[in-house]
Write a protein of this length. Structure first.
Length: 94
């Protein structure tokens, strides 16, 4: 679960999609395709089960996300952008 933002503060992407309805519809179609993949569904099930089990054990997981790569809960802010290698200088990944 991501940390709550201050009221009235929208991210750049939220502002963009608010102002561009065709882009918003295209993104919705893309997101629907991605989220309906079997692998993505499996990740969501795994995350939900881990979250429920952690709550039963009494763990404090507020503001944390289940990291599938590591297999534990970590801060949601550090659980972002792992695949940003293409922006690094000298990367061959495009």
């Amino acid at each position: 679960m991501a940390p709550k933002k201050k009221k009235g503060k929208l991210s750049k992407s939220a502002k963009y999609y608010r102002d561009h309805p065709t882009a918003r519809r295209k993104k919705a179609r893309t997101d629907k395709k991605i989220n309906s993949r079997p692998g993505q569904k499996k990740k969501r099930r795994e995350s939900g089960r881990a979250r429920t089990a952690a709550k039963k054990r009494g763990q404090r997981i507020r503001g944390k996300d289940y990291d599938h790569a590591v297999g534990r809960f970590i801060k949601s802010s550090s659980n972002r952008g792992r695949k940003e290698k293409s922006r690094k200088k000298g990367s061959k990944r495009k």
